[in-house]
Design a protein around this ligand. Structure first.
Ligand SMILES: Nc1ncnc2c1ncn2[C@@H]1O[C@H](COP(=O)(O)OP(=O)(O)OP(=O)(O)O)[C@@H](O)[C@H]1O
Length: 304
């Protein structure tokens, strides 16, 4: 896969204050990426730099082969953005909003608008005023708006803010669809980690203006999770304590045992042994989440 974004040693200062410090990363074409970090880490600043809206103090960037410093217009023609505020006209219908914004890119492409409304299951609401929509429906129209001009790259800044769990799942579902069906590369900025786990191919961790870690979930797990906590719902009542067949465990409930393992390879033999003796109804690695990795990277503990 080729790189669609290349960022090399970028620094950004505002009034002598360093906001981004020596930031370098690449993003592969066709991938979905999470840019994670706490409030004020510099996520939005990175998006604005990539879009050519602001200039880096030092360092170089290439977005789809263009230099954002010199060719911002070329980049913006090929990029879709969804920010926290959807920037839609509430007193206009969904259809009229999309026609209005479509004209910014030339003519109103009604075929594309219809296709997008269909994709986001909003066609039957096209004549309703946007002001009457739920937050989730507004997000779907904001996504349609960002995709009007068939962008190659989509930047999403906190796309799930203000949504309930159902709305979040919807947005994730539609983003996956856009990525798979239109081949759009996606960069999602967020500090809500668990929402991204199901969708991202790769992660960048930005803390205090520095990329402190990046990689796929598997790469991050291999690096940071040295111990696996496996919660098993089983009828097993080990006779010995605190180990069963050499694996450390603790009881978490009447039918729940939590095993501490060093590698994933220990899971199959453990379960095989248990199944020889009794039933297993469920098993789950409980410390494998993106959140757990994030706190490892920050040097803290989960739940801090
Ligand atoms: N135009 C500006 N002038 C001066 N400082 C700025 C400007 N824009 C951003 N900053 C500062 O840069 C830092 C990073 O801001 P940025 O919005 O990129 O963070 P973020 O990671 O997107 O945060 P959040 O998650 O809260 O959106 C903040 O301290 C912010 O105050």
């Amino acid at each position: 896969m080729t790189n669609i974004i290349e960022v090399d040693k970028v620094c950004k200062q505002y009034n002598q204050r360093e906001i981004l410090k020596d930031v370098s990363f690449t993003i592969k074409k066709g991938s979905i990426n999470g840019l994670l970090g706490p409030n004020g880490a510099g996520k939005t600043t990175i998006i604005r730099l990539l879009n050519g809206v602001i200039e880096a103090t030092t360092g170089t960037m290439k977005v789809m082969g263009f230099d954002p410093k010199l060719q911002g217009d070329e980049i913006r023609k090929r990029v879709g953005i969804v920010t926290e505020s959807a920037s839609l006209y509430h007193d206009m219908s969904a259809w009229d909003n999309l026609v209005f914004f479509s004209k910014i890119y030339g003519h109103a492409d009604t075929k594309r608008i219809t296709h997008l409304l269909e994709q986001f299951d909003m066609l039957s609401f096209k004549d309703q005023l946007v002001g009457t929509f739920s937050t989730g429906m507004k997000k779907r129209i904001a996504l349609s708006k960002a995709l009007l001009h068939n962008p190659i790259l989509l930047f999403l800044d906190e796309p799930t803010n203000g949504l309930d769990p159902e709305g979040i799942n919807e947005v994730i579902h539609y983003l996956r669809k856009v990525n798979q069906e239109e081949g759009v590369t996606i960069l999602i900025c967020s500090h809500v980690l668990h929402q991204l786990e199901t969708i991202c191919d790769s992660y960048l961790f930005l803390i205090d203006g520095k990329i402190v870690e990046n990689g796929t979930m598997t790469q991050l797990e291999d690096k940071y999770l040295k111990e696996i906590k496996l919660l098993v719902e089983t009828g097993l009542k080990p006779l010995t304590s605190p180990t069963y067949k050499g694996c450390k465990y603790s009881r978490k409930g009447a039918n729940q045992l939590e095993f501490l393992l060093s590698t994933k390879e220990e899971i199959t033999p453990l379960l095989t042994n248990i199944l020889k003796e009794t039933w297993v109804h469920n098993c789950e690695i409980t410390n494998r989440s993106l959140e757990a990795i994030y706190f490892h990277i920050r040097g803290g503990k989960v739940g801090e």
